[in-house]
Write a protein that binds this ligand. Sequence first.
Ligand code: FES
Length: 133
Amino acid sequence: MGKNPFLRSAAPPPPRRAYTLTLKNTGQTFAVDPDALPAEEGQTGSVLATLLAHDVEIDHTCGGVLACSTCHIYVRQGGRSAPPPTEEEEDQLDFAPALDASSRLACQCVPDGSEDVVVELPQWKRNLVSEGH
Ligand code: FES
């Protein structure tokens, strides 16, 4: 797991309860076990870490240290179970295209397990993949 030495905000607390993370694009569901969180990039227990642990192809150019905006996702359900974005996350998120009210950076979004979560990868990324760029 990478750490950005310039981050001012404290890391969000890891999930306390088990929950299910669904990737809306594919319909895949992943069980998140707070006692067996993946050691992937991003904050401990982040959506990015969970997706990477299940071999989901999601951009994360900076390695999950809040220095890009390529891990942009939409949290379609269960977004309230994660602490709201910090000012630093909001600042990075401003660089991502096609933002909406549910936009988050996957490496910083850490649900607490109080409800199941549904996320979606932005459409333009899927277009890039399908067009072979
Ligand atoms: S991977 Fe760079 S901000 Fe999330």
